[in-house]
Design a binder for this molecule. Structure first.
Ligand code: AMP
Length: 418
């Protein structure tokens, strides 16, 4: 059902409590915490500008990192307040807590159009526990509730779900922000009745993470293209050898069931026909987690159906990229989630970059609607400098996947219906 959005609200003079996703990467430089990627802050500006223009009194809540209920100085949102003020071109007040009398006073003193950012809600364990008393305390700051944090909407936490229930019970409105509205439109409405052909590209590490998405999209898509390590579980299920590739041998049943469903429904199901393979060699160097670093040596294209025992599949090969391109360029709607290989290593990003270029071409040359379903595919598109050349990129990781599985996200369910 369609949800109320900030466009529908009359907020003049009202305290608008907005849950945003300001979980930005921070790095310590000369004793100060510095924001290294401000995308998430910038994404909220349209919603904030609209509410400021409408005379709302804007109160922002967010989480940062995992402080586990402690006041952890490196996870303070204070640096975000400073940057937000510069981006908005207006004063942003900062409260060094998210509940309590002092915070209430700051909120109540805000003039129409004023902005207040609260300290990290995860300084309290009650946030993730969705504690009703904590949600009540947050709700004392709110006449109206807005959720613009799609990336956190799959979690039923006090600031994403509990507070909305309290505000709604009092007869207050709970609405989606503009960013949330776009997520629901593209990952939801646009894929409900997609223009055809509808081509889905899935990659990444594990079949088990995405099998529910595959299952649901097998009911909607005309073609499903599989790359990444996921493809090796399908290959193994079909009786091929996968060498030392990352694979889930206990998930071959799932893979076979998906292949059977595709056949039964007439969905084209494409697996890579060639691969980039490399020889893994354990070194005596350790990574950040204290595990040995594995070098991937002697990359080469493997055109045989089997991967030799000593080698590992690390990317789709050029023939697969060309095969995928042909299908992607026939599409009127494309959904892409997950890289085609270990794209973090430049040597194995070729397949992912080729798919990114095909998706861009489908958008620019054929007018296809192209939707990037969050996580690493967004990183890959941005890394290739193609971010503004697709129709939509989701800001959610886990939330996008759960939404694509057809689950109702608690943070969305709690919003008022139109
Ligand atoms: P996901 O979060 O499931 O989308 O997975 C993303 C991760 O999958 C990235 O870190 C990639 O490096 C990894 N990945 C993709 N293809 C492979 C592969 N062939 N072997 C190992 N890891 C892969």
């Amino acid at each position: 059902m369609a949800k109320l959005t900030v466009r529908d609200l009359n907020v003049h003079g009202k305290r608008v409590f907005i849950r945003v996703d300001y979980n930005v990467p921070l790095e310590e430089k000369n004793g100060a915490m510095v924001i290294t990627d401000e995308t998430r802050i910038k994404e909220t500006l349209p919603t904030l500008r609209l509410l400021i223009e409408k005379g709302g009194r804007v109160i922002l809540a967010a989480h940062m990192g995992r402080p586990k209920g402690q006041r952890e100085a490196t996870m303070s949102l204070r640096p975000v307040a400073a940057r937000l003020a510069e981006l908005l071109g207006t004063k942003v007040n900062f409260a060094d807590d998210c509940i309590g009398e002092k915070v209430e006073k700051l909120a109540n003193e805000l003039p129409p159009g004023g902005v207040l950012l609260l300290e990290n809600v995860r300084y309290y364990n009650e946030e993730e526990a969705n504690d009703p008393a904590f949600a009540e305390k947050l709700a004392t700051l709110a006449d109206v509730y807005v959720n613009d944090a799609f990336g956190a909407a799959h979690r039923a936490h006090a600031s994403t779900e509990g507070i909305a229930r309290v505000v709604a019970k009092r007869g207050g409105q709970c609405a989606a922000g503009l960013l949330m509205e776009r997520e629901l439109q593209f990952l939801g409405d646009e894929l409900e009745n997609p223009a055809r052909p509808f081509v889905v590209i899935l990659g990444g590490a594990k079949v088990s993470d995405k099998i529910k998405v595959i299952d649901r999209l097998l009911e909607k898509a005309d073609a499903i293209l599989i790359g990444g390590a996921m493809a090796y579980t399908f290959k193994l299920a079909q009786g091929f050898k996968v060498g030392k590739s990352l694979v889930e041998p206990d998930k071959t049943d799932m893979a076979l069931a998906a292949l059977a469903k595709a056949k039964q429904r007439g969905v084209q199901f494409l697996l890579p026909t060639d691969n980039t393979v490399a020889t893994p060699v354990v070194t005596d160097k350790l990574n950040k987690k204290g595990k040995p670093i594995i070098d991937l040596n002697h990359p080469r294209t493997n055109t045989e159906p089997n991967i030799p025992d000593s080698e590992e599949g690390v990317d789709i090969g050029p023939a697969s990229a060309a095969l995928f391109a042909k299908t992607i360029l026939s599409a009127k709607t494309v959904l892409w989630n997950g890289p085609m290989g270990i794209f973090e290593d430049k040597r194995f990003a070729t397949g992912t970059n080729a798919v990114a270029q095909s998706v861009v071409d489908a958008t620019q040359k054929n007018g296809a609607k192209t939707i990037i379903g969050g996580g690493d595919s967004v990183k890959a598109i941005n890394k290739a400098g193609l971010g503004d050349k697709v129709t939509f990129m989701s800001t959610g990781g886990g939330a996008s996947l759960e939404f694509l599985e057809g689950k109702e996200l608690p943070g969305v369910a709690a919003l008022s219906n139109k």
